[in-house]
Design a protein around this ligand. Sequence first.
Ligand code: ATP
Ligand code: MG
Length: 425
Amino acid sequence: MANLIKSAKGMNDLLPEDMVYWHTLETTVRHLFTRYGFNEIRTPIVEATELFSRAVGEVTDIVEKEMYTFNDRDNEKASLSLRPEGTAGCVRAGLEHGLLYNQQQRFWYSGPMFRHERQQKGRYRQFTQMGAEAFGMVGPDIDADIIAMTARLWQELGLSDNRLELNSLGTPQSRQAYRALLVDYFSAYTDQLDEDSKRRLHTNPLRILDTKNPAMKALVAGAPSLHEHLDTESAEHFAQLQALLTAMGIEFVINPRLVRGLDYYSRTVFEWITPDADLGSQSTICAGGRYDGLVEQLGGAPTAGFGFAMGVERLVHILKNRALVPAAKPMDIYFMVDPTQVVAGMAFAEQLRSALPTLTMIMNGGGGSLKAQLKRADKSGATFGLTFDNPQQLTLKSLRERSEPVVLTPEAALTQLSSHLTQKA
Ligand code: ATP
Ligand code: MG
């Protein structure tokens, strides 16, 4: 067993026992997004690197140090990257297929994202996001509609204790003035800034507010507050959004330090935060906002946008912790065959599957005596063992309860199983 190859750092296997949580989450999300009028879009995992440097921003953590970037084999100059997030690809696809200009469009997506981050609980190098994007609407009605959709998702999943934090970043123009105030403030305390923040002071000072370094918290708390420096229109937009959410019965807290890690946001930004303590500083499970400049930045006509992404691994972790998903349904049948009857037995098993499309049945594999097969049946977790004795006779036995096995003709076996399935449904 020497020399076993392990999965790459930060890239995880999802084992069969986890799937019930993933499927519950994915199914709930898919239904909900469809109910709100969003249509699924699937874009490639690999895109031109320039898409992300233009969309996410040159001086963000993602583009500076987290992307998996490589040259294509047949073109040394074609730089490609594994996608670190889903919005850029949605916009690129929307523009490429003419889905955005002068129209309203609602997309949702799901899939793996890649960031070369330090591995921690809830922070991986390959992780899954499900998200939604709406184009062509300046809000704040669509902002409220989409935030309400996320609130309903927590309700449906039994996670209503998530906390909603909101902020408005204003327009890029009004942010310039605020940026100058921020540089003045932090410049007076350079001795208290960590390495990242020193670097950001002149490239992207707003990002200092987003620091996860506890030693910086007090300094950040004293910084000038962004939403006191909003332009009038953004302030009005933000006030209307709050009024809408209140009318919809959605609680929120305003967090003036909320800036989000990506560059493309304008006006509304929001995060949902779980109270679960063991995710530590990885407690944000859903984040998004408005990005009215992004489509234009990627070469399209000016088009408003609003969207969010949720971290599926983090959500699965919470569902699992709280045992919020019912156990997977047991298999109906473990099918055994008398060793002298394998050909007829397997043919009958296929007839059974054709006649009963909802039946779940494991075929005994690897032969063995009936005694050996029964041992496997007992271990399998199935509800019944069904033995094919010969073409005239089968034996049905409960694997859960102590009851006498029942001998049946093939026709009677079919009727019996059919009524079991009706009861199950
Ligand atoms: P964080 O502040 O946790 O680094 P972020 O601001 O980088 O998150 P976004 O890019 O907005 O996050 O992604 C949206 C959501 O995707 C996050 O709130 C989180 O739930 C999830 N997410 C982001 N990065 C990772 C990761 N490396 N591993 C697992 N989930 C992640
Ligand atoms: Mg991050």
